[in-house]
Design a protein around this ligand. Structure first.
Ligand code: PMP
Length: 452
């Protein structure tokens, strides 16, 4: 689609005057002339000025098979000819049933509660477990109400999800509004000051489980990679260690795979890599291939059955969202799962992952690169002011953002997390496309490193 000069001016003017962008300082945004995206195809996005960009962060970590994938487009159109949406409150809907069956089969978790964003699904997990303990504990005067979460955790922006969020600049100011959570050290090897990052973190968890024991509702964890904190990759064994301890102390474990799910870490779900089966699994983002808002919290039979009873006992879960299990979104999700199988998406990942590692490796020598890390196709490049001491850039320098602007000039859309440059491309990216993305990142970091 071609936009006239007048149309472009109008769109830009209204965008800066009226649209309040998430996680964006609008004062700076107004000056920046950020691209306004008009269309996409494969891993490319095109803006209203006709410029094309590689989508290096999968449209915020959700696009999986590329934009306008014919099979997902077709599945949505087919569903549109049936019905776009009907409620799941007391009624069934065809695609939500088919999708539930597929997810249950694949995860071993038997009961699926749908929502429409990652945060909403996290809320559901937190609330269901709170009620679960109330339903299953013998009459106690003080119900369990405390959660365990990890420093640097991110689970979404609604109040419950923020309560279990451990990123100071996002979460701290809201603390007075939040429920009680105890935060535990999370293994961040690059910035760990002790001797044994993995061992010390697991020991701290065990101490907390021992001390808080019968006050705890659940432990919540992003498996393998803490995404929003800057692609912090946990050492091998942490996830399995957390599962062992939570099982030993009888505390339910919620694994939040909103970011890591659907192939990002190299397997369909991150939990598979340490052979972990949580009590609750939270999915979102890539579930629809990145097309439509859908999320889900998956539960064990034991949790589900605690909610069964006569109507007037009011054991049921009194919670639901209007668009829960939306039919178009579920149809997209089913098509996305088909593509995983038909196009052997996971089988093709090892070559792509190796190529990204190889292309980013030269950055290790760059004077402002502290660490290049990643799992699967979730990559983070942590920029530092001083390589030897690992001193971070001050926030006002906006080091990550400077790289983003340079990358944009060269045709790549990325979005940093503070001083961490993030690359999280669609799984469908070809090796050649990945090499182009990495090349632009190398060049852009080079430019920023040479700035006075
Ligand atoms: N959990 C994790 C691990 C996430 O990374 C995110 C979003 N980045 C969320 C939850 C929240 O998802 P949403 O933005 O769809 O609410």
């Amino acid at each position: 689609m071609i936009f006239s000069e007048q149309q472009r001016r109008r769109l830009r003017e209204i965008d800066t005057r009226t649209v309040w962008h998430p996680f964006t300082q609008m004062q700076a945004y107004r000056e920046e002339k950020a691209p306004i995206i008009a269309s996409g195809k494969g891993v490319m996005l095109t803006d209203i000025d006709g410029r094309t960009y590689l989508d290096g962060v999968s449209s915020l970590w959700c696009n999986v098979h590329g934009h306008r994938h014919p099979k997902i487009d077709e599945a949505i159109r087919r569903q549109l000819d049936q019905v776009a949406h009907s409620t799941l409150l007391g009624l069934g809907s065809v695609p939500s049933i088919d999708l539930a069956e597929r997810l249950a089969e694949r995860t071993g978790l038997s009961h699926i509660f749908y929502a429409d964003s990652g945060a909403a699904a996290v809320e559901i997990a937190l609330k269901i477990l709170y009620q679960y303990h109330r339903l299953t504990s013998a009459k106690v005067s003080k119900p369990r109400r405390k959660y365990l979460a990890f420093h640097n955790a991110y689970h979404g922006d609604t109040i419950g999800a923020v309560s279990v969020g451990g990123i100071e600049i996002f979460h701290e100011q809201f603390r007075p509004l939040l429920f009680e959570t105890r935060f535990l050290p999370s293994p961040y090897p690059f910035r760990w000051e002790g001797e044994d990052c993995l061992g010390e973190c697991l020991a701290a968890l065990e101490r907390a489980l021992e001390e808080e024991g019968d006050e705890l509702v659940a432990v919540i964890l992003e498996p393998l990679v803490q995404g929003a904190a800057g692609m912090i990759v946990h050492p091998e064994g942490f996830l399995a260690g957390v599962r062992d301890l939570t099982r030993r102390y009888g505390i339910p474990l919620i694994c939040d795979e909103v970011a890591t799910g659907f192939g990002r870490t190299g397997t369909l779900f991150a939990i598979e890599q340490e052979d972990v089966s949580p009590d609750v699994l939270v999915l979102g983002k890539g579930i629809t291939g990145g097309y439509l808002p859908l999320s889900a919290a998956l539960f064990t039979t034991e949790i589900y059955e605690a909610f069964l009873g006569e109507y007037a006992e009011f054991r049921h879960f009194l919670h639901g969202h209007t668009y829960t299990g939306n039919a178009l979104a579920c149809a997209a999700a089913l098509a996305s799962l088909d593509i995983f199988e038909e196009e052997k998406v996971l089988e093709k990942l090892p070559g792509k992952i190796a190529r990204v590692r190889e292309e980013l490796a030269p950055l290790e020598d760059n004077p402002i690169v502290g660490e290049v890390r990643g799992r699967g196709l979730m990559m983070g490049i942590e920029l530092v002011r001083e390589k030897r001491t690992r001193e971070p850039f001050p926030p006002e320098y906006r080091a990550g953002h400077r790289v983003t602007l340079e990358a944009r000039k060269r045709g790549l859309i990325i979005r940093p997390l503070g001083n961490v440059v993030v690359l999280m491309p669609p799984l469908s990216s070809t090796e050649e496309e990945l090499a182009r993305m990495c090349g632009i990142i190398r060049e852009s970091i080079e430019v920023v490193a040479n700035e006075p």
